[in-house]
Write a protein that binds this ligand. Structure first.
Ligand SMILES: Nc1ncnc2c1ncn2[C@@H]1O[C@H](COP(=O)(O)OP(=O)(O)OP(=O)(O)O)[C@@H](O)[C@H]1O
Length: 237
Protein backbone atom coordinates (compact mmCIF):
# COMPACT_ATOMS: atom_id res chain seq x y z
CA UNK A 1 0.00 0.00 0.00
CA UNK A 2 2.87 2.33 0.81
CA UNK A 3 6.34 1.94 -0.59
CA UNK A 4 9.33 4.14 0.30
CA UNK A 5 12.32 3.50 -1.94
CA UNK A 6 15.77 5.02 -1.40
CA UNK A 7 14.32 8.25 0.01
CA UNK A 8 16.76 11.11 0.68
CA UNK A 9 15.86 14.64 1.70
CA UNK A 10 18.02 17.63 2.57
CA UNK A 11 17.07 20.96 4.08
CA UNK A 12 18.76 24.09 2.78
CA UNK A 13 21.59 25.06 5.17
CA UNK A 14 21.02 21.92 7.27
CA UNK A 15 22.37 19.02 5.19
CA UNK A 16 20.79 15.61 4.75
CA UNK A 17 17.90 14.92 7.13
CA UNK A 18 16.95 11.59 5.49
CA UNK A 19 19.57 9.37 3.91
CA UNK A 20 18.54 6.57 1.53
CA UNK A 21 15.78 4.93 3.52
CA UNK A 22 13.47 2.19 2.19
CA UNK A 23 10.56 0.23 3.65
CA UNK A 24 7.19 -1.22 2.65
CA UNK A 25 3.82 -1.05 4.40
CA UNK A 26 1.28 -3.65 3.40
CA UNK A 27 -2.46 -4.09 3.97
CA UNK A 28 -3.16 -4.82 7.64
CA UNK A 29 0.19 -3.50 8.87
CA UNK A 30 0.55 -1.30 11.92
CA UNK A 31 4.03 0.04 11.29
CA UNK A 32 5.84 1.94 14.07
CA UNK A 33 8.54 4.44 13.16
CA UNK A 34 10.87 4.94 16.10
CA UNK A 35 13.76 7.32 16.61
CA UNK A 36 15.33 9.89 18.92
CA UNK A 37 14.54 13.62 18.75
CA UNK A 38 15.76 14.97 15.43
CA UNK A 39 16.21 11.49 13.90
CA UNK A 40 14.10 12.35 10.84
CA UNK A 41 10.66 10.91 11.63
CA UNK A 42 8.60 14.02 10.91
CA UNK A 43 10.65 14.80 7.80
CA UNK A 44 9.94 11.31 6.43
CA UNK A 45 6.25 11.65 7.23
CA UNK A 46 6.05 15.06 5.55
CA UNK A 47 7.66 13.59 2.41
CA UNK A 48 5.16 10.71 2.40
CA UNK A 49 2.11 12.98 2.66
CA UNK A 50 3.34 15.42 0.03
CA UNK A 51 4.19 18.40 2.26
CA UNK A 52 7.94 18.21 1.62
CA UNK A 53 9.58 17.68 -1.73
CA UNK A 54 12.58 15.33 -1.76
CA UNK A 55 15.53 15.10 -4.08
CA UNK A 56 16.10 11.34 -4.31
CA UNK A 57 13.99 8.21 -4.21
CA UNK A 58 10.37 7.34 -4.74
CA UNK A 59 7.23 7.22 -2.62
CA UNK A 60 4.35 5.13 -3.95
CA UNK A 61 0.87 5.19 -2.41
CA UNK A 62 -1.11 2.25 -3.77
CA UNK A 63 1.35 2.17 -6.68
CA UNK A 64 0.89 5.92 -7.42
CA UNK A 65 3.76 8.37 -7.06
CA UNK A 66 3.22 11.13 -4.49
CA UNK A 67 5.22 13.43 -6.79
CA UNK A 68 3.30 12.64 -9.97
CA UNK A 69 -0.22 12.04 -8.60
CA UNK A 70 -0.42 13.99 -5.31
CA UNK A 71 -4.22 14.44 -5.31
CA UNK A 72 -4.88 10.76 -6.07
CA UNK A 73 -2.48 9.75 -3.31
CA UNK A 74 -4.04 12.16 -0.80
CA UNK A 75 -7.50 10.66 -1.43
CA UNK A 76 -6.15 7.31 -0.24
CA UNK A 77 -4.36 8.69 2.83
CA UNK A 78 -5.08 10.64 5.97
CA UNK A 79 -2.40 12.47 7.92
CA UNK A 80 -2.48 13.73 11.47
CA UNK A 81 0.47 15.95 12.38
CA UNK A 82 2.02 15.95 15.85
CA UNK A 83 0.42 19.30 16.60
CA UNK A 84 -2.75 19.57 14.52
CA UNK A 85 -3.71 23.07 13.50
CA UNK A 86 -7.51 23.22 13.56
CA UNK A 87 -9.76 26.23 12.93
CA UNK A 88 -10.39 27.78 16.34
CA UNK A 89 -13.25 29.95 15.10
CA UNK A 90 -15.34 26.94 13.99
CA UNK A 91 -17.31 24.55 16.13
CA UNK A 92 -16.13 20.94 16.04
CA UNK A 93 -19.11 19.83 13.96
CA UNK A 94 -18.57 22.69 11.49
CA UNK A 95 -14.95 21.60 11.16
CA UNK A 96 -15.89 17.95 10.58
CA UNK A 97 -18.46 18.95 7.94
CA UNK A 98 -15.87 21.19 6.28
CA UNK A 99 -13.44 18.26 5.98
CA UNK A 100 -16.25 15.92 4.84
CA UNK A 101 -17.21 18.44 2.14
CA UNK A 102 -13.65 18.58 0.84
CA UNK A 103 -13.68 14.80 0.38
CA UNK A 104 -17.28 14.68 -0.91
CA UNK A 105 -18.48 12.39 1.85
CA UNK A 106 -22.26 11.97 1.62
CA UNK A 107 -24.57 13.08 4.45
CA UNK A 108 -25.48 9.64 5.78
CA UNK A 109 -21.93 8.33 5.73
CA UNK A 110 -20.49 11.40 7.48
CA UNK A 111 -23.22 11.41 10.12
CA UNK A 112 -22.64 7.72 10.85
CA UNK A 113 -18.86 8.15 11.08
CA UNK A 114 -19.05 11.30 13.22
CA UNK A 115 -21.56 9.66 15.55
CA UNK A 116 -19.48 6.49 15.85
CA UNK A 117 -16.09 8.09 16.50
CA UNK A 118 -17.32 11.02 18.62
CA UNK A 119 -19.05 8.47 20.81
CA UNK A 120 -15.91 6.32 21.05
CA UNK A 121 -13.81 9.34 22.02
CA UNK A 122 -16.50 10.75 24.32
CA UNK A 123 -16.72 14.17 22.69
CA UNK A 124 -20.24 13.81 21.27
CA UNK A 125 -21.68 16.34 23.70
CA UNK A 126 -18.98 18.90 22.81
CA UNK A 127 -19.33 18.81 19.01
CA UNK A 128 -21.32 22.06 19.07
CA UNK A 129 -18.60 23.88 21.03
CA UNK A 130 -16.02 26.21 19.50
CA UNK A 131 -12.70 24.49 18.84
CA UNK A 132 -11.03 27.37 20.72
CA UNK A 133 -12.61 25.99 23.90
CA UNK A 134 -11.19 22.50 23.32
CA UNK A 135 -8.32 21.10 25.40
CA UNK A 136 -5.21 19.78 23.64
CA UNK A 137 -6.46 16.20 24.02
CA UNK A 138 -9.93 17.06 22.69
CA UNK A 139 -8.32 18.74 19.65
CA UNK A 140 -6.25 15.60 19.12
CA UNK A 141 -9.42 13.47 19.21
CA UNK A 142 -11.15 15.83 16.77
CA UNK A 143 -8.17 15.64 14.41
CA UNK A 144 -8.33 11.84 14.51
CA UNK A 145 -12.06 11.85 13.69
CA UNK A 146 -11.51 14.31 10.85
CA UNK A 147 -8.79 12.05 9.45
CA UNK A 148 -11.14 9.06 9.41
CA UNK A 149 -14.10 10.86 7.87
CA UNK A 150 -13.26 10.08 4.23
CA UNK A 151 -12.58 6.40 5.01
CA UNK A 152 -8.92 6.51 3.94
CA UNK A 153 -6.99 3.32 3.23
CA UNK A 154 -3.75 4.46 4.86
CA UNK A 155 -3.35 6.46 8.06
CA UNK A 156 -0.16 8.41 8.67
CA UNK A 157 0.15 9.61 12.25
CA UNK A 158 2.92 11.70 13.80
CA UNK A 159 3.18 10.96 17.54
CA UNK A 160 -0.56 10.21 17.85
CA UNK A 161 -0.50 9.30 21.56
CA UNK A 162 0.98 12.57 22.81
CA UNK A 163 -1.60 14.53 24.80
CA UNK A 164 -4.17 11.72 25.00
CA UNK A 165 -5.32 10.53 28.42
CA UNK A 166 -4.99 6.78 29.13
CA UNK A 167 -8.60 6.04 28.15
CA UNK A 168 -8.34 7.96 24.87
CA UNK A 169 -5.00 6.27 24.14
CA UNK A 170 -6.67 2.90 24.72
CA UNK A 171 -9.55 3.87 22.39
CA UNK A 172 -7.10 5.01 19.72
CA UNK A 173 -5.26 1.67 19.93
CA UNK A 174 -8.58 -0.14 19.48
CA UNK A 175 -9.50 2.06 16.52
CA UNK A 176 -6.08 1.46 14.95
CA UNK A 177 -6.54 -2.30 15.28
CA UNK A 178 -10.06 -2.12 13.82
CA UNK A 179 -8.85 0.03 10.93
CA UNK A 180 -6.13 -2.45 9.99
CA UNK A 181 -8.27 -5.54 10.48
CA UNK A 182 -10.63 -4.09 7.85
CA UNK A 183 -7.82 -3.91 5.29
CA UNK A 184 -6.27 -0.53 6.11
CA UNK A 185 -2.65 0.18 6.97
CA UNK A 186 -1.11 2.56 9.51
CA UNK A 187 2.29 4.19 9.64
CA UNK A 188 3.00 6.16 12.81
CA UNK A 189 5.94 7.70 14.59
CA UNK A 190 6.31 7.32 18.31
CA UNK A 191 8.62 7.68 21.26
CA UNK A 192 6.37 5.41 23.32
CA UNK A 193 8.20 2.12 22.92
CA UNK A 194 5.85 -0.07 24.96
CA UNK A 195 2.92 1.03 22.75
CA UNK A 196 4.94 0.25 19.63
CA UNK A 197 5.94 -3.12 21.05
CA UNK A 198 2.31 -4.00 21.84
CA UNK A 199 0.50 -2.88 18.70
CA UNK A 200 2.98 -2.84 15.80
CA UNK A 201 3.51 -5.94 13.69
CA UNK A 202 6.34 -4.06 11.92
CA UNK A 203 8.80 -1.42 13.08
CA UNK A 204 11.66 0.66 11.77
CA UNK A 205 14.28 2.45 13.86
CA UNK A 206 15.85 5.59 12.42
CA UNK A 207 18.97 7.34 13.70
CA UNK A 208 20.51 10.46 12.23
CA UNK A 209 18.40 10.12 9.07
CA UNK A 210 19.46 6.52 8.41
CA UNK A 211 17.37 3.42 8.92
CA UNK A 212 19.25 1.18 11.31
CA UNK A 213 16.79 -1.71 11.41
CA UNK A 214 13.37 -2.64 10.05
CA UNK A 215 11.16 -5.71 9.79
CA UNK A 216 8.60 -7.74 11.72
CA UNK A 217 8.61 -6.55 15.34
CA UNK A 218 9.22 -10.04 16.74
CA UNK A 219 12.11 -10.71 14.33
CA UNK A 220 13.72 -7.31 14.95
CA UNK A 221 13.64 -7.44 18.73
CA UNK A 222 14.23 -11.21 19.18
CA UNK A 223 14.06 -12.00 22.88
CA UNK A 224 14.87 -8.44 23.98
CA UNK A 225 12.41 -5.71 24.93
CA UNK A 226 12.02 -3.01 22.32
CA UNK A 227 13.38 -0.50 24.81
CA UNK A 228 16.63 -2.40 25.40
CA UNK A 229 17.05 -3.03 21.67
CA UNK A 230 16.46 0.66 20.96
CA UNK A 231 18.99 1.77 23.59
CA UNK A 232 21.56 -0.71 22.28
CA UNK A 233 21.13 0.36 18.66
CA UNK A 234 21.09 4.08 19.42
CA UNK A 235 24.26 3.87 21.50
CA UNK A 236 26.25 1.44 19.37
CA UNK A 237 25.44 2.17 15.73
N1 LIG B 1 12.26 23.04 8.32
C1 LIG B 1 13.48 22.61 8.60
N2 LIG B 1 14.58 23.30 8.17
C2 LIG B 1 15.83 22.85 8.43
N3 LIG B 1 16.09 21.72 9.13
C3 LIG B 1 15.05 21.00 9.58
C4 LIG B 1 13.71 21.40 9.36
N4 LIG B 1 12.87 20.48 9.92
C5 LIG B 1 13.68 19.55 10.49
N5 LIG B 1 14.98 19.86 10.29
C6 LIG B 1 16.14 19.08 10.73
O1 LIG B 1 16.02 17.76 10.17
C7 LIG B 1 16.42 16.77 11.12
C8 LIG B 1 15.26 15.81 11.34
O2 LIG B 1 14.21 16.52 11.99
P1 LIG B 1 12.75 15.85 12.22
O3 LIG B 1 11.83 16.93 12.68
O4 LIG B 1 12.38 15.09 11.02
O5 LIG B 1 13.07 14.82 13.42
P2 LIG B 1 12.07 13.96 14.33
O6 LIG B 1 12.64 12.58 14.35
O7 LIG B 1 10.68 14.10 13.89
O8 LIG B 1 12.27 14.63 15.75
P3 LIG B 1 11.29 14.79 17.03
O9 LIG B 1 11.20 13.42 17.65
O10 LIG B 1 12.04 15.73 17.91
O11 LIG B 1 9.99 15.32 16.54
C9 LIG B 1 16.86 17.53 12.38
O12 LIG B 1 18.25 17.68 12.32
C10 LIG B 1 16.17 18.87 12.24
O13 LIG B 1 16.94 19.90 12.85
Amino acid sequence: MLSIKNLSKSYKNNGKAIDNISFEIKEGDIFGFIGHNGAGKTTTIKCIVGIHDFEEGEILVNSKSIKKKPIECKKDMAYIPDNPDLYDSLTAIQYLNFIANIFNVNKKEREDLIHYYADRFEIKDSLGDMISSYSHGMKQKLAIISALIHSPKILILDEPFVGLDPKAAFTLKEIMNEFCSKGGAIFFSTHVLDVAEKICNKIAIIKGGKLITTGNTDDVKGNKSLESLFMELIENE
